[in-house]
Design a protein around this ligand. Structure first.
Ligand SMILES: *Cc1c(COP(=O)(O)O)cnc(C)c1O
Ligand SMILES: [Zn+2]
Length: 406
């Protein structure tokens, strides 16, 4: 039994393989590299029962994660978030079993902690001392925090109007933090120059192969929490798409080792109408997306005008007979409010977008009444105070609350 069954890295475009024992970024052909495991062996050595009594974090799946040596793990207790039933909302949508995988409860308040935990741990194992990344906020915050815990220097570049709290997180964690008056794509160009000039480890989305491995654990957890029965549909708010690609990768790996069987869930990539390159590509049955000019949405984490892994997102959607859906900011903000009212959950605008899409797909009959539907809430609503502006009445000292009867 090995701690990890990591075998090598493989390019999903040209098929080239390479060793996973040194720092790797993109494949020479320009595509992201994916981690591959000795799944045959793992299918024989590993059983679902062996998870009983393991730690309640994503590291419970260490055999299917890339860190070879337990000592290199950098953790803040991430993973194993609740899968909550949403019965009142389900009734409202006309879906008999609607569940929320709630990522608001991970360190830093967004699921980005998963990618950071595994990405930073593997960086430690590979001897990385300095990393850099562009971000829409949450990823930079998470990587800065985990890098601080690991003693790695982090350089972070984010749009000036990214959620303010993510700036504080990154700065407090001691990252070299820079803002740019532009989009994540503009931040990406600045980081690419720094990487080339200063020899930093490029932790940009999918430019290192291990962030996705952390994110895929959302898919494993959903399966474990449903008793290894598969839901019919999974909806995911899609920016760079790593979460969705990761969930699909997890499903394929679990099927390969014999832990799940049958039809895979239909995967739904949800975007905002103000930034919907994947939805447009899906509607046109294309393999890749095009850059979305002047993108804008209140759901900041999914404001990604062109994703490096767009073809992998689209592949996951096509191969599972899924869909790609765009919702307006008005719809997603209304849904955020509705979910707090009906279920007591203050979720992030990105998660609310995924719920708004579930409502739409149920209305259109694409989701059927008896189906089990899992929606990813990727972060905490409290990180976005500006999307929930309220004006409660102000009382003078000693004044009474007005009677409802009068
Ligand atoms: C980054 C982010 C997303 C998008 O995640 P990808 O896996 O890059 O598509 C969604 N929601 C929140 C809150 C995020 O921070
Ligand atoms: Zn390649």
């Amino acid at each position: 039994m090995s701690f990890s069954y990591l075998s090598h890295l493989e390019c999903p475009v040209c098929g080239r393989t390479c060793g996973a024992d040194e720092v790797r970024q993109l494949c020479p052909c320009g595509a992201p590299l994916l981690a591959r495991y000795r799944l045959n062996e793992l299918g024989k050595d590993w059983t679902r029962d062996s998870l009983v009594g393991r730690e309640n974090t994503l590291w419970r799946y260490h055999e299917l994660l890339p860190v070879l040596n337990r000592e290199n793990i950098v953790t803040l207790g991430e993973g194993m978030t609740p899968l909550l039933d949403m019965p009142r909302l389900g009734l409202d949508y006309g879906i008999s079993r609607l569940c929320m995988k709630d990522e608001s409860l991970v360190p830093g308040g967004s699921f980005k902690a998963r990618g950071a935990a595994v990405g930073v741990s593997k960086a430690v194992e590979l001897g990385v001392q300095k990393l850099a990344m562009p971000t829409n906020g949450n990823a930079g915050a998470a990587w800065a925090l985990y890098a601080a815990r690991a003693g790695i220097e982090a350089t972070i570049v984010m749009p000036q109007n990214a959620p303010a709290i993510t700036r504080s997180e990154a700065a407090l964690a001691g990252a070299r933090l820079y803002l740019v008056d532009g989009l994540i794509s503009d931040a990406g160009q600045i980081v690419a120059r720094a990487v080339a000039e200063d020899g930093l480890y490029d932790a940009s989305t999918l430019k290192e192969p291990y962030r996705i491995e952390g994110k895929k654990t959302m898919g494993i957890e959903i399966c474990e929490q449903l008793g290894w029965k598969l839901p019919d549909v999974i909806l995911y708010p899609t920016g760079g798409g790593v979460g969705l690609i990761g969930i699909y990768k997890a499903l394929l790996e679990l099927r390969e080792i014999g832990w799940i069987r049958g039809r895979l869930p239909r995967l739904v990539a949800v975007q905002a109408e103000g930034c919907a390159p994947i939805v447009k590509a899906w509607q046109e049955r294309k393999e890749r997306s095009e850059f979305w000019p002047d993108s804008a949405t209140a759901a900041f984490g999914i404001n990604v005008p062109k994703a490096l892994g767009d073809f992998l997102v689209l592949r996951a959607v096509y191969e599972t007979a899924g869909a790609a859906v765009a919702v307006s900011d008005k719809e997603l903000l209304r849904e955020q409010w509705k979910i707090a009212r009906l279920e007591g959950a203050f979720i992030c605008p990105e998660g609310a977008a995924a719920f708004a899409a579930a409502r739409k797909l149920a209305e259109q009959g694409w989701i059927k009444e008896g189906e089990t539907v899992v929606v990813l809430n990727t972060g905490a609503g409290v990180k976005y105070p500006e999307t929930a502006q309220v004006e409660p009445p102000l009382l003078n000292i000693g004044e009474s609350i007005p009677s409802r009867l009068s």
